[in-house]
Write a protein that binds this ligand. Structure first.
Ligand SMILES: NC(=O)c1ccc[n+]([C@@H]2O[C@H](COP(=O)([O-])OP(=O)(O)OC[C@H]3O[C@@H](n4cnc5c(N)ncnc54)[C@H](O)[C@@H]3O)[C@@H](O)[C@H]2O)c1
Length: 432
């Protein structure tokens, strides 16, 4: 599910390049001691960044497939000279990794159905949980993440990298400086055809992710779309999701694609899929804002997020790479390019990235994300995305499923903060 780099992630890359992300605060804490659970595609990608960061020691790697763990261990050994311990003895061997007392945090990049269980077990063992998207698949899983955090006080962060994109953080700065006025409406999407390479293998055999398309009809992957939106809309810190109504198209694209590619008798062309091709969810917040989220991962198309943010004073369109700000944009009712705004409102996290960091992982986005996670681990502070935001973003999976199953009936969104959203202050990416 490797996403193409955002169109503007390299914009302004040459400007203000000090050495390293400016995230340190005085005396250097010890390196974070990390275990990586799940060393497939994404786990290895994250590892390829981690092995280049001085503030981390990879102590252990774990995967069901010994060859995947072996490759990961070799990557670590090559860069540090020290071979991490490998855990490859089955689905529960990760618990032996968690039982060690020389590990501070784990990165979890396994199949979706393991994410919550592993994150919960990590917190119970006193280890920070950095868990890939989505953090949870059901209402019960979302709640168990929150409950475990509240019992253990060990932070859990869903690794939603698009929250850290350069354009999205510049936009957050603009919003916080009041350029758009009060926010009224936001649109977001995850439009990424993953049928031809992630849900299925190149021969059309169903992979683990594809099984969810057989068994569920919902927004299967709602976190890349929502990542930056939560802070644009002050969700869980001033406002909260109130109700959601979702609608799905028929499921046609998967059968049609495999019939075109391999003929109508191919098993993937004949299988019945519950999953509709496009899911559209409309959320109303407690304070009366609206948010539209599109799931769109089955039709032939290039990658797209279609972020749009609209307030009392202006509008941003990622699609158009444009902005209109009343009282500032030079021409009445005319878009102007976003690029100069991105430069002017560039976020502190990005201004101090080194050339090397900018060249890694989604144009540097994954580096920003991991460095902030590691900073929290080393300083024993809250992670930039907390358990409440992780559960809120993930909850769109079961919420959309419930609404679709009931003919788009509005469903009440759980409030994981138990009302604290009314008084909680924004904490994400405050270092402008
Ligand atoms: N944030 C992003 O941009 C991004 C991009 C791609 C994938 N992802 C997410 O990363 C996760 C992994 O995706 P992937 O593409 O790397 O899949 P993958 O199939 O390549 O890798 C998953 C690995 O987890 C291992 N695994 C599964 N269950 C395990 C268990 N119980 N114990 C140990 N190992 C186990 C598998 O053996 C496999 O090697 C998914 O949640 C996916 O949604 C995120």
């Amino acid at each position: 599910m490797g996403m193409p780099m955002g169109r503007r992630t390299f914009m302004g890359a040459s400007a203000g390049l000090a050495a390293g992300l400016a995230l340190s605060t005085g005396a250097e804490p010890a390196p974070a001691r990390i275990g990586v659970i799940g060393t497939g595609n994404r786990g290895t990608h994250l590892l390829s960044i981690l092995v280049n960061l001085p503030e981390v020691e990879i102590r252990a790697v774990c995967d069901l497939k010994p060859e995947a763990a072996q490759l990961a261990a070799e990557m670590v050994e090559k860069s540090s000279g020290k071979k991490p311990t490998m855990y490859t003895a089955g689905e529960l061997d990760y618990q032996n990794l968690l039982a060690r007392d020389d590990i501070d945090a784990v990165i979890i990049a396994t199949y979706w159905q393991w994410h919550t269980r592993m994150a919960v077990d990590a917190m119970k063992h006193g280890k920070y949980a950095g868990v890939e998207v989505p953090a949870a698949l059901t209402f019960e899983e979302c709640q168990s993440l929150v409950d475990t955090y509240e019992q253990t006080k060990v932070p859990c962060m869903m690794l939603e990298n698009w929250s850290f994109r350069r354009d999205n953080l510049a936009l957050l700065n603009m919003k916080r400086k009041g350029l758009f006025g009060d926010i009224v409406h936001v649109h977001c999407a995850h439009s990424h055809n993953c049928i031809d390479h992630w849900f299925f293998d190149p021969e059309g055999n169903i992979r683990w992710g594809g099984e969810f398309l057989v068994n569920r009809n919902c927004d299967q992957y709602p976190t890349h779309s929502q990542g930056p939106v939560l802070s644009w809309m002050d969700i869980n810190c001033g406002d909260a999701y109130a109700t959601i109504s979702s609608v799905a198209t028929e499921s046609r694209a998967i059968n049609a694609y495999f019939a075109r590619k391999f003929g109508p008798d191919h098993p993937s062309a004949k299988r019945t899929y519950k999953q509709g091709d496009i899911v559209t969810s409309t959320i109303r917040t407690q304070n009366g804002k609206t948010l539209i989220i599109n799931y769109d991962m089955q039709l032939p198309r290039p990658y797209d997020n279609r972020w749009m943010l609209q307030g009392l004073l202006g509008v941003y369109s990622e699609d158009r790479e444009s902005v209109y700000v009343e009282g500032r944009s030079p021409k009445y009712h005319e878009w102007e390019p976003f690029a100069p705004y991105q430069q002017e409102f560039d976020h502190a996290y990005w201004k101090s990235m080194s050339e090397k960091e900018l060249a890694m992982g989604h144009g540097g986005t994954d580096v920003v994300e991991l460095k902030l996670f590691l900073k929290a681990v080393r300083e024993k502070t809250q992670t930039p995305i907390d358990v409440y935001d992780s559960a809120t973003m993930s909850s769109i999976i079961p919420l959309s499923e419930a609404s679709i199953a009931q003919g788009s009936k509005p469903i009440e969104c759980p409030d994981y903060t138990k009302g604290a959203w009314k008084t909680r202050k924004p904490a994400f990416a405050l270092d402008v």
